[in-house]
Design a protein around this ligand. Structure first.
Ligand SMILES: O=C(O)CCC(=O)C(=O)O
Ligand SMILES: [Fe+2]
Length: 276
């Protein structure tokens, strides 16, 4: 197995293995790479939905997404689907999956199933590196802070997606929820500090006003979205990405209007997050 950095400070490309038939030693190497990089890319995988599910179950426990349609015959696999006639895509702005859960997801395993001819890349950000680059003064301000995360404004009754042309493929309108988490977490596996706020789901800091929170959150979001902390993955048939939701952000670029794109996602269950 070969594991090399994908982009400076952003992800690793794992080659020389098939996720469908990993030995126990290879699985262990993938676990180690996942903890150290937080973002793994794989190419040229032969990976049926049954094999996707088998890999996910070997890795950990699966958590269901309440909003995405399941793949037929595979209730544990969510469809991330954009049809030719859709204008809107899923995950089109920076976010991390399931930060609105009390126990946020460990990670997501995304498999390309049907790709547009061009476009439809996914962007990623490294929230360890972004945290480490903050000044000592700002790090101190963030210490002990907690933030509210929600999905109501996205998937709820008046949420963003409900007014779009993909509303009819999304469920869970009454299953919205929110949770608070430390703004700087100690990653449960790596022990490293990471910034744990994201533009998709974080609403405000606990004990702060909304506008006060927005001002600092927006600063942090601009800080993270810089070339030294981010990278872009161009999907090919057979590509798979496995990201750590506690250490990365991602968004799916919506630049292929008139074409369809279908991905399969399995979300893995995480643990409660401790902070500094
Ligand atoms: O379609 C993509 O590239 C990513 C969409 C997304 O946000 C997700 O699957 O969690
Ligand atoms: Fe996502």
């Amino acid at each position: 197995m070969d594991i090399e950095p994908y982009a400076p400070g952003c992800g690793a490309l794992v080659s020389g293995i098939q996720l469908s038939s990993l030995t126990d030693t290879e699985l262990l190497q993938i676990r180690e790479a996942f903890v150290s990089h937080g973002l793994l890319f794989f190419r040229d995988q032969v990976f049926t939905p049954a094999e996707h599910l088998r890999f996910a179950r070997r890795y950990g426990d699966i958590v269901l997404n309440k909003f995405f349609a399941p793949v037929k015959g595979f209730p544990d696999i969510a469809e991330v689907r954009k049809e030719k006639h859709h204008q809107t895509n899923i995950g089109g702005g920076w976010h991390t999956d399931h930060s609105y859960d009390e126990t946020p997801a460990l990670g997501s395993i995304l498999v390309a199933r049907d790709l547009p001819d061009t476009g439809g890349d996914t962007h990623f950000a490294n929230l360890y590196a972004a945290y480490e680059a903050l000044s000592p003064g700002l790090k101190k301000t963030l210490e002990g802070l907690r933030a509210l995360h929600s999905n109501k404004h996205i998937y709820g009754k008046d949420g963003y997606y409900r007014g779009t042309d993909i509303a009819d493929q999304l469920g869970g309108i009454n299953d919205v929820s929110d949770a608070t988490h430390p703004v700087v977490i100690i990653h449960p596996e790596s022990g490293r500090k990471a910034l744990y706020v994201n533009p998709g789901h974080t609403i405000q800091f606990e004990g702060w006003g909304f506008d006060e929170s927005r001002a600092l959150l927006n600063y942090l979001y601009t800080h993270v979205d810089q070339p030294e902390f981010t990278c872009q993955f161009d999907w090919q048939p057979g590509s798979v990405t496995f990201w750590d939701n506690r250490a990365t952000w991602h968004f799916a670029q919506n630049d292929y209007q008139g074409q369809a794109r279908l991905m399969h996602r399995i979300t893995l269950a995480g643990v409660g997050l401790e902070g500094v």
